[in-house]
Ligand binder design. Sequence first.
Ligand code: PAN
Ligand code: ZN
Length: 194
Amino acid sequence: MPDFRIPPIAPFAITFDAEALTFDPPGPTLTRRMSDLDGLFADRAAWENAVADDDPVVYTVVSTPVPEIERELPQSITTIHPGRTGGECWMTKGHQHPDHQGEIYLGLAGTGGLLMFDGERVEWVDMRPGTIGYIPPGWAHRSVNTGDEPYSFLAVYPGGAGHDYSWVLAHGMGRRVYRKADGSIELRDFSVAR
Ligand code: PAN
Ligand code: ZN
């Protein structure tokens, strides 16, 4: 075996339950409620009302036991519940990987989108079961549920890349994603409040 600064973990199998969208053995689980998404929705009053109402769970992330350390490839399944706040579709916080490295997403259930922003350019990938969304190094990324069902996807990412959430708070994501009364999706310029 070659020399590594941090030795890799031993090979092992993970059972993926495609119905329940779970891993066995399981790793850490993360729950993000509306109150965790401070400063992200354009309509702050609508966000405050949702927090005061019942502070709903917006998304969950279940992981495998593969650690977030350099050279490893951790995996996780994110499930974003359907909903809108001030017309803006429910979404993940979004982040940049400080050590610029790529990542892949695979759509598993429901419909959503992958919004990517490199500080200047914006890209949007429609995601549905079977879609592989590729996130190149240096592109901040956020996932959005555009439908009426939970939207789930698998992420495989470089364990040593880190997660920077302050970058998105400082720079935004280039666009905001709204669903209009007729059900169509509209990407609005980030700086334009609704
Ligand atoms: C994903 C995300 C996950 C949750 O696993 O971490 O969808 O989104 P936020 O991290 O923005 O809250 C990923 O891109 N990992 O790198
Ligand atoms: Zn990522």
